[in-house]
Design a protein around this ligand. Sequence first.
Ligand code: NAD
Length: 394
Amino acid sequence: MNSRTRIGIGLVSVGWMGRLHSRAYTEVARHYPELGIDVDLVSAADPVESGREHATTALGYAEAVADYREVLADPRIDAVSICSPNFLHREVALAAAAAGKHFWIEKPMGRTVDEAADIARGAVEAGVFTSVGFNYRQAPAVAHARELVRSGRLGRITNVRVALLADYSSDPDGARTWRFERAQAGSGVLGDLLAHGADLAQYVVGRIAEVSGVTETFIAERPVPAAGAASHFSRGDASAERAPVENEDYAAALARFDNGAIGVLETSRIAVGPHAEYRLEVYGTAGSLRWDFQRLNELQLAEGPGGYRTVYAAPGMGEFSRFQPGAGTSMGFDDLKTIEAQLFLRSIAEQRQLAPSVADGWSAAAILDAAEATAVSRTWQAVPVVDGPTTFDA
Ligand SMILES: NC(=O)c1ccc[n+]([C@@H]2O[C@H](COP(=O)([O-])OP(=O)(O)OC[C@H]3O[C@@H](n4cnc5c(N)ncnc54)[C@H](O)[C@@H]3O)[C@@H](O)[C@H]2O)c1
């Protein structure tokens, strides 16, 4: 019998992502049995009672507490998931690192690039392994796209379009949750969605070297929800008191990559029509490809002049064969998180950074910061190279 690795897990915040991380941890042993990793869901923290109850009754945590500091102080816990609203990311991540806990943190890593840099430095100093919630990287069709680009099959890459268009805030009566407050969220749709787009573009095509951005807030006020009552998709009470939206609904940026490609990045949380249309398009001198999260298992591929054909995610592309035996049978969003959980747990077990790292999170934050700054200055700005190790270019 091979030796097994036990990893004690703590969770900070039992919202949408906290629940998904927890399900993903328990799925790893089912999809990757040969790793010999056993997770032990030890304790989850959330100030809201219903979250704590869900953690113990549905997710399988042995206990749930109100204060996340109890989770970080627990000696049975080796690794924590940080799934709280953005304003807590830096505080919790630095405390986790100081307590010697490996952490898997959701994007955007911090509210600002300075917070992201603090988190990255704190983790490296403490010598802990990390993961950042850049789940779209893990789609097998995206892994295949990266291989096509990096092997040169598309020729020289000329231009890249990344568009993350969502309707989750398109209703002007949608609740003013923490996502619309600077102090709670930092930037708006830049951090919420374009963080993914920046990472996706760098993962598939290469490092973004400079950007020029534009931002706008189109829905200036929203109804304030009752405390603790609103999630990402909550409808507000139209008759409730309204408060200002403090960050952007829409952002776009022109970009230049280190390899000479040109990028157009665009994101909106108030688009009417697209639900979660997260698109990556890459154009090269010998071919092009397009991917959309809403059609997770498909890639549109053009090689030569014949136009696009649909290539379905299949065994041999990324981690597909861990989930399904043949092309055409779909993987889902939860599966991407299972792959992410596997990379995080393996990073800890094998003592090498395999998952998207805090340096990747910092690098994405630097792109968003430059886009936000240039939206004000109306200029171009270089995106600094962050201290490694980044994994998007590994
Ligand atoms: N990777 C992705 O695709 C993805 C998708 C959605 C959200 N996110 C990110 O995940 C994070 C959480 O988003 P969500 O949609 O799960 O939010 P959510 O609103 O569903 O949940 C947030 C949770 O945090 C809890 N919380 C509030 N204050 C707390 C405190 N002081 N201590 C501990 N917990 C506290 C709330 O009670 C709630 O349970 C955000 O950073 C967001 O950007 C990532």
